[in-house]
Design a protein around this ligand. Sequence first.
Ligand code: SF4
Ligand code: SF4
Length: 375
Amino acid sequence: MSDQIIKPDLKFTEAIIAAGGESLKKCYQCSTCTVVCDVTPDRKPFPRKEMLYAQWGLKDKLLASPDVWLCHQCSDCTAHCPRGAKPGEVLGAVRKMTIQEYSSPSCMGKMVNDAKFAILLFAIPTIIFLFELFIQGHLTNGIPRIPNGQLMSYSLMFPPTAYIDPVFVLTAIFAVVMFYKGVKKYWAAMAANHPEPPRKDVISAVIATIQEILTHSVFEKCGVAKDRSIAHKIVFYSFVGLAITTALAASYIYVFNYNGPYPQTNIVKWIGNVSGIALLVGITMVILNRFKNQEKSGIGSYFDWFFIFIVYGVGLTGMLAQILRLANIPVLGYPMYFAHLVFVFVLFAYAPYSKMAHMVYRTTAMVFAKYSNRS
Ligand code: SF4
Ligand code: SF4
């Protein structure tokens, strides 16, 4: 039998506790959590072993693990733990630290997850869009001048091709490049930590993962907090709908040279409105579930709530901006649209560092788990 060198990092254990895994030390390794978890693989199941790794500060094992992302934090394990430990929360804290570990630049990971920097993060897009108003001559004494005397249209405030699209195209490129860098490091760490030969090709692993995400088939196995999978599915599909809306709107602008406003009968409006309402309904359900299940799965950390706040902000300002435009109240509608742009910027520009990144890291871990025959 070969000797294994264990490198405990007690600072890492303290960091998990600070990140929301405060129940970690209660665990006495009975394995009840692993037995009740319906989503863990049979071979080397979780979350008991992760609780041990976390207690011992085995940072390399946890941060290079696909398993921490296979957990959907349904809280079945927490509900049955005889010691009142919360393995789902501990894994949630490790997931947050995984995003911080692999994101670059790393200072951004720290800023997005520290309430002290929240004002600065919002100030950046606010200054960008105020500057755009300034160079168009829409600022008078620091207040956006409302275009008047014609049908209200937000493209009068920010012509899309000249002002909106360059900002968001650059934001998207930044997010994609940062995600690519982070995921590349994470995949390399998982491959080094799981040297067993893979048994699937990556393409079939990707296809199986996409099927699993679209159906939420694994998430639905969770028992105690079943509502979470319903709320998550609504939010997920509302994002899909909003992405389709954006693609259709872009084709109207760049193919048909039409900048809106769209009549309510237009397909862009239909998909956008249904998706926007679904987003608000889904994220409200997420919030209610968190309060309802706080005894079992915890209320969540700043990391969770920052993301919820941003998603709510995007949905609410988007719907209100439309209502105010239809009601023709420019004095409220234009500032609301401005706020909407700021929220959308915050959602996408900081996505590689916020909880939004879980979409990318979880997908990567799911692909790796299938590729390496882990699940
Ligand atoms: S059920 Fe609780 S005490 Fe038992 S191994 Fe899991 S976390 Fe530890
Ligand atoms: S929270 Fe749910 S999915 Fe995660 S380890 Fe516990 S039982 Fe399994």
